[in-house]
Structure formats: C-alpha cells, structure tokens
Design a protein around this ligand. Structure first.
Ligand code: ZN
Length: 265
C-alpha cells in the first residue's frame, strides 16, 4: 500500500486546492437563505450531493488491521461514489476533501456543505472497534492490531438535523440497496460492549442508527447521512474493502438509493 498511499497523497493535494476554494457569498448571507429554504426536491442534474471524505491526511481516523489509515480508504471509496453518482445523472455531485486537525476540520466540512447549499451531505467512513476489543498479530514484520469479531457497514443520522426525516429516509434507502447487494450491517452498536459508542438502532432491517452528537450530521443544514462502509480492523473485511468489486457495489447501492429518492419526490 506504500505506493497507493503516495498516489492518494498526490490526488488529495490536488483536490484540496479546488474543494476548499472560498464561497462567493458570506456565511451570514448563506445562513439566512438556508434557514428559509424548503426541504430538498429532487431534479437529478441539479441535486447537490456533497460526498465527504471522512477525516484528513493529518488526522487520518482509524488504522486498519494492516496499518493503513482510514482516510485513504475513505478517499478511494468517496471518489468512486462521486464518479458513479455523476455518471448516473447527478451532475452537481461534489467530492469534499478537508485538511487540518480533526475538530476544526468538522466545522470546515459543515461550512463547505452549507455555503455550497448542499441538498444532501454524505460522509464516507470505515469502521473499527473500541480499543479494549483489539487483538494483536504480526503483519509485514510489525506488531499490529485487529479484531475479527465484528464486520459490516452501518448508517448514522442525527435527530438534531433540520431534515431528520429526509435523512432517515435516505439512510434507509441506502441500507436497503446495500442489503440487496448481499451485504450485512454491523449490529454491534446496540451491545453494552460498545460502551460510549453504543447507539439507538432506528431500522433493524437495514442498520440505521441514531447518532445525535456528530457535528457533520447535526450542524449541516441539508439532510445528512454518515456511512461506515465496512470494518477495516477486521482482517477479511479490510481486504474486501480494498477490492474494486466491493467499492463498486457500495457506490452502486448509493446511486440506486439516490435514484429511488429522486423518483419518490
Ligand atoms: Zn471515521
């Protein structure tokens, strides 16, 4: 993955230059317009989907079972989802890459989505487990952490989001499409072993959880969904998440869900 990592670093540097260009109007003006804006209708070429790459190159999120940073997985998958959405008619879809430290980057993401008048904010992540569940193994000569206990994707929405109902509907549609691809969701978030990561399960059929505390879900003025696409601390699922087939299956599921959403409006 060393070479892949440097390719990703180059691509990220190029995209950062364009994706964080200042917006044409002030934050205050944008807020005024946004708060009076009706819930999104959907005309596919005009529907603004912001596909957010979770974490930053500096603050890269989880480390996989083979010591690759989550940011790289998020970047590759988010780029594929963006390309798929554009090719299926969602021409206004935009990939959002953010730099800097973890917490300020969350507010940068929210500002970028709000200033860009997003209709949907979709944050792309890959999952790990709480530290107490980690086992150790040796990979590539280095002592590494893993946990094969859990696997699967999960979807999160915040009840504090102004478009909670739409967010939940979208998350359910994505969850159903992932299920149709034969993928299963991560059911461990309801278990006591998850401690402070424990969440309320809103849809037990397709794996949508409530997560009010997430800045990117609660502070965005558009509908917002966070997708944990799969577990990279699970040794088998990490390999699956690296495969173009799995990435395409997830991207296809998101695009199919978005088409379904638009047709229902
Ligand atoms: Zn993450």
């Amino acid at each position: 993955m060393g070479q892949a990592r440097s390719i990703i670093a180059g691509l990220v540097a190029a995209i950062l230059l364009s994706s964080l260009a200042p917006a044409g109007r002030s934050e205050a003006a944008a807020r005024k317009i946004e708060t009076t804006r009706p819930p999104a209708k959907c005309e596919m070429p005009k529907f603004r989907i912001v596909v957010d790459v979770g974490h930053t190159p500096d603050s890269y999120g989880a480390l996989s079972a083979r010591n690759d940073p989550e940011f790289g997985f998020n970047f590759v998958l988010a780029r594929r989802i963006t390309a798929k959405l554009k090719s299926e008619g969602f021409a206004a879809t935009r990939l959002l890459v953010t730099d800097g430290k973890a917490r300020p980057s969350l507010f940068k993401r929210v500002s970028a989505a709000n200033d860009g008048r997003a209709d949907l904010f979709l944050s792309v992540h890959h999952d790990s487990v709480p530290d107490k569940l980690l086992d150790t193994w040796e990979f590539d000569g280095a002592k590494s952490n893993f946990s094969d206990r859990f696997s699967g994707h999960s979807l999160f929405v915040s009840q504090q989001n102004p478009h909670f109902t739409t967010s939940l509907m979208l998350a359910r549609m994505i969850g159903r499409q992932l299920k149709e691809q034969g993928l299963h969701y991560a059911s461990q978030y309801t278990l006591p072993v998850m401690g402070r990561y424990r969440r309320q399960l809103l849809d037990k059929d397709v794996g949508v959880y409530r997560y009010d505390g997430l800045v990117v879900l609660s502070r965005t003025r558009s509908a917002a969904v966070l997708l944990e696409a799969g577990s990279i601390i699970n040794r088998d699922e990490e390999m699956a998440m690296n495969s173009p087939e799995r990435q395409e299956a997830v991207a296809g599921a998101v695009a199919a869900a978005m088409r379904e959403f638009c047709e229902s409006r």
